[in-house]
Write a protein that binds this ligand. Structure first.
Ligand code: ATP
Ligand code: MG
Length: 341
């Protein structure tokens, strides 16, 4: 088979594993919206199969799935333009994931830092799914032959693993270019929003304490309180960006401000040079509320009509499957599975 060229196609996903955070918004959702009108096909998935790699209460999972699609739509994703769907409704993900379990090597999986972070000292007790999850993520991307994957910094290693899996499959079966080498797209000042209480960790929806994150659905008072209590150092905003070096907490708050206001970090530092936290934190809270409140209001409205959200997911799944299934079947032929027609 000769080398194939792949048309640009964007795929990304978020787990319905709890309430969405400002990190999810800035690192993922906002950037999905920015990409939607760039003239390429965009697929944004609610990756429910990934969510159950750790325990999810079934009722909560259903709620979080609908809330995530509501967030997609409220933030500006248009189901007529982007394909919005949940992963479990397109079985090709799980099927290609199995092939990739047989392509990926144990040594590769052992190097995944996110597994080490999430499993911690508990590695013997976590699910096999949590360990295998990166190969399912490779399938999510490659089943669409997607070329670009907008994600936060924390997902870079998984997209690189996806490239390794694609390369090994193409090479093992002598099908150069069958799967593309997808590129992680990690851009902007907020590719890694940090935990508000401990800036050595990223902000996560499944983190322990609610005070460490801003939820997209937090009200104005809660957002103000969380930023007020966010850990900082005694120095305020420096005169230049270099003055943020070695100050992860300060850097984080300035990065968040820059991302929310669509400004560079330089511009934010120039505007607030010399200001103390007593000035900067309330300004940051006000900005966050101005950006998030319209979205959370719309999310709440959409959540009143769960049938409509389910309909969006179902229609998206049909469109997604129309791309994924033929690609899966090509992979099955390549592997040597007999398929009776
Ligand atoms: P969990 O704790 O359940 O893993 P999460 O908050 O890490 O939840 P994911 O569903 O794992 O969210 O990731 C969804 C997307 O959000 C990914 O593209 C990821 O890179 C991005 N993302 C997650 N956290 C951050 C963050 N703190 N800063 C920027 N992007 C983030
Ligand atoms: Mg995560």
């Amino acid at each position: 088979m000769t080398e194939q060229t792949h048309t640009k196609r964007v795929f990304s996903g978020i787990k319905p594993s709890g309430g969405l955070t400002l990190g999810n918004y800035l690192g993922a959702i906002k950037r999905f919206v920015d990409t939607q009108d760039s003239g390429v096909e965009t697929l944004y998935c609610v990756v429910d199969l990934h969510a159950i790699t750790v325990w999810q209460d079934p009722k909560q999972l259903r709620y979080a799935t609908r809330e995530l699609v509501a967030a997609y739509v409220a933030a500006g994703l248009d189901p007529a333009k982007s394909i919005l769907f949940n992963q479990s409704q397109v079985s090709a993900h799980a099927e290609l994931g199995w092939l990739f379990n047989c392509v990926a090597r144990m040594g590769w999986m052992n190097r995944m830092t996110q597994f080490k972070d999430k499993a911690g000292k508990n590695a013997e007790k976590v699910s096999l799914g949590l360990y295998a999850y990166p190969s399912l993520m490779a399938a999510d991307i490659l089943v669409y032959h997607a070329t670009h994957v907008p994600v936060g910094e924390d997902q870079k290693q998984h997209v690189e693993l996806t490239r390794d899996i694609a390369a090994k499959f193409n090479n093992d079966f002598g099908v150069p270019g069958f799967f593309p080498m997808p590129e992680p797209v990690i851009e902007g000042p907020a590719t890694r929003v940090m935990n508000l209480r401990d800036a050595t960790k990223k902000m996560s929806k499944s983190g322990e304490s609610d005070m460490e994150r801003i939820n997209m659905t937090d009200d104005a008072e809660t957002i103000a309180k969380k930023f007020k209590k966010a850990r900082t150092d005694p120095d305020g905003i420096p005169g230049e960006v270099k003055g943020l070096d070695g100050r992860p907490e300060a850097r984080n708050l300035v990065d968040i401000y820059a991302a929310l206001s669509a400004q560079s970090v330089e511009a934010v530092v120039a505007e607030y040079a010399g200001a103390g936290w007593g000035v900067f934190k309330p300004a940051l809270a006000e900005l966050a509320v101005a950006k998030l409140a319209p979205i959370s209001t719309e999310m709440a409205r959409l959540m009143q009509a769960p049938d409509e959200l389910d309909r969006i997911l179902g229609q998206g799944a049909e469109r997604a499957a129309a791309i994924a299934t033929p690609n899966l079947h090509k992979a099955y032929d390549i592997v040597g599975f007999v398929r009776s027609r």
